[in-house]
Design a protein around this ligand. Structure first.
Ligand SMILES: [Zn+2]
Length: 184
């Protein structure tokens, strides 16, 4: 199935995130990826292949072995937050357990947490793109507290047919702008 294009409102929100420095295009992979990574992503049969291919090619370009330990439940990192609308039957606990297990079993210290939009799991739960970013942010905070020494690479992939749109998410910047406003 082809990706559903982003709506005008969603595109405006994405543009705002780019303008204020929350989103930036991914460049080359640094050596954080060298020892492998736990890849927490949505298993979407139509979208996952392009996400994985991208990770794989970037590792290859950088000359690193491809050690991608896959955790790919519906919604991916959107399941992590305890208060996620997708956490209806203990998914938050289960995904955290599997991430921790993968890190321990495979001696991996890097987590790549990548959500995509539009994500069918998020849409089914009635989430907007703004709510999805907020839910993702909460999940990353919880993950970082559980693994203070882990390097968590925060990414999203936006399905815009005219361009390949994977971004690094600057969580500090997101917090500065959106969480302060939310708390005010
Ligand atoms: Zn999805």
């Amino acid at each position: 199935m082809p990706a559903i294009p982003l709506t005008r409102d969603e595109l405006e929100f994405v543009q705002e995130l780019k303008d204020i420095g929350v989103l930036r295009k991914i460049r080359n992979f640094d050596d954080t990826y060298k020892g492998g990574f736990v890849f927490c992503v949505c298993g979407d049969c139509d979208r996952f292949p392009e996400l994985y291919r991208y990770q794989k090619n970037k590792c290859k370009e950088a000359g690193y072995p491809i050690r991608s330990h896959l955790i790919a439940l519906n919604g991916g990192p959107l399941l992590i937050a305890n208060n996620s609308p997708l956490n209806t039957d203990g998914e938050s606990k289960i995904i955290k357990k599997h991430i921790a297990g993968a890190m321990q079993i495979k001696s991996i210290e890097t987590i790549v947490a990548m959500f995509h939009w539009q994500c069918g799991a998020a849409l089914n739960a009635g989430m907007s793109i703004e709510e999805t970013f907020a839910c993702y942010y909460n999940g990353i905070q919880e993950l970082q507290s559980a693994h203070p020494d882990a390097r968590i690479i925060t990414k999203c992939h936006l399905h815009k047919p005219e361009e390949f749109s994977s971004y690094i998410i600057n969580m500090d910047r997101y917090q500065e702008v959106y969480r302060k406003t939310a708390a005010a």
